[in-house]
Design a protein around this ligand. Structure first.
Ligand code: AMP
Ligand code: MG
Length: 423
């Protein structure tokens, strides 16, 4: 296993006090390792899980050439370009009920969608195109050889990988697995993630607030984001800003989970005692990331009772928690789950308003993307402070303003990242 120090030494221009977002992600990606446990599950139970091995197709899908439409199966040699042809209907074929005989010259077979192509036929003429007079079927000119026919193996070919390991199974994928006749798949075991909030000012929901206290909302946003990612979630509650209590919580998490996500306690005023404790428990780097919101962050690995867990120490501010989760923790946890596809697309949209921005940090402002007069436009939700959780709740996207980018004028195009699909 590489050490955090080694992972960091591979990143050029590493500066913990002004770390660009990409560099922080680089360190995380090179440090975290996928979990190795694998379990076999019935296909439906594997929805949302990550495939641990390639699924190789044991059959061709479809297994036979078949009709894509209701109509008539014909021999293309019988058709004459530029003239109508009259054929004799000699039988019919349905999905699951093939036509047994052979089709001779001048003959055709009535077929339904999915029926196996009758012997000697290669082309389907749709039923709406023909004129039927008893068994005499007149086919108009203009038919193409092979039309409306599905070929054996055109969807999936025997012996070829149908799905690659590292893929999160979506509804289409479990259907595809079923189309191969496979009833069980190997998936990575679920990731176990412990989380807790830190802060003397925090009060759990259900109690009365006293002066200066706030309800602990981070344990709800974090819980939601972790659940949506498909983790097994362990809620360790609120931990007071007390070194002994914090140490006990970190030890418990390290001994029982693959990763620990905490909020609060990493800002300048609080980092010192957290830092001392972390030095006892493992290897943790304290960063000031060149981003807004979400500047302070801790990352590393802690150990207890012979076990270890990756640590993500997020800032306390409610928006900063969500932004740092989406832009750092999400990718790292997906990597730990064995996912191969973790990148999210950025779209371009026209800014409806000017946006202030200084080069030298990445900003994740909260936006509302909508279609106006045929084009995508985006405006910011109101105040963008890192404590204003309603800005996240109202938004449907992040406006991502890159490290080098300066101020945006109304009408400029900006990058946006949809929140739907983030987890
Ligand atoms: P900290 O990073 O611990 O200095 O916290 C920064 C700000 O976030 C403070 O105003 C805290 O009250 C607030 N905060 C910290 N943790 C939480 C939490 N779990 N829920 C809501 N607000 C919090
Ligand atoms: Mg605090």
């Amino acid at each position: 296993m590489t050490s955090l120090r080694q992972a960091i030494s591979c990143v050029s221009g590493y500066d913990p006090d002004a770390l660009p977002v990409e560099k922080a992600n680089e360190v995380m990606r090179s440090f975290v390792r996928p979990v190795s446990g694998v379990e076999r599950l019935p296909v439906r139970a594997a929805l949302g899980r990550v495939l641990a091995r390639d699924i190789v197709s044991p059959i061709d899908v479809p297994s036979h050439d078949n009709s894509a439409m209701d109509g008539y199966a014909v021999r293309s040699d019988d058709l004459v370009s530029g003239a109508a042809v009259t054929l004799t209907e000699i039988g019919s074929a349905f999905a699951g009920k093939p036509f047994d005989g052979e089709v001779g010259r001048g003959e055709c077979v009535r077929v339904m969608t999915g029926a196996v192509m009758p012997k000697n036929t290669d082309t389907i003429v749709i039923q709406e195109a023909v004129t039927a007079d008893g068994p005499r079927i007149t086919v108009p000119p203009g038919q193409e050889r092979g039309q409306n026919r599905r070929l054996a193996g055109e969807d999936l070919q025997k012996g070829k990988p149908a799905l690659r390991s590292g893929r999160m199974l979506r509804p289409a994928d479990i259907g595809l697995v079923a189309s191969l006749g496979i009833g069980e798949v190997s998936v990575r075991r679920k990731l176990k993630v412990a989380f807790f909030s830190t802060g003397d000012e925090l009060v759990s929901v259900g109690k009365k607030l006293k002066a200066g206290e706030v309800y602990d909302s981070n344990r709800y946003t974090l819980w939601g984001m972790l659940e949506r990612l498909g983790c097994e979630v362990v809620d360790l509650g609120v931990v007071r800003d007390d070194p002994a209590k914090l140490e006990a919580a970190f030890r418990k998490a390290a001994a029982g989970a693959d990763a620990v996500v905490t909020s609060g306690g990493v800002s300048v005023g609080e980092a010192d005692f957290t830092r001392q404790m972390m030095a006892k428990l493992g290897e943790v780097a304290f960063w000031k990331i060149a981003m807004r919101p979400g500047r302070p962050m801790a990352f590393g690995r802690i150990r207890a009772r012979g076990r270890s867990a990756y640590l993500f120490g997020l800032p306390g501010n409610p928006v900063a928690v969500m932004v740092t989760f989406y832009h750092f923790v999400r990718g790292a946890l997906l990597h730990m789950m064995g996912r191969s596809d973790t990148d999210l697309p950025l779209l371009r949209a026209k800014a409806e308003m000017a946006i202030r921005k200084k080069p030298g940090r990445t900003e994740y402002q909260r936006g509302i993307l909508q279609r106006r007069n045929g084009e995508w436009t985006v405006r910011l939700t109101g105040a963008q402070g890192s404590g204003i959780l309603s800005s996240m709740s109202e938004a449907n996207c992040f406006v991502v303003l890159g490290h080098e980018q300066g101020a945006v004028e109304a009408g400029d195009e900006v990058d946006v990242m949809l929140m739907d699909g983030l987890v």
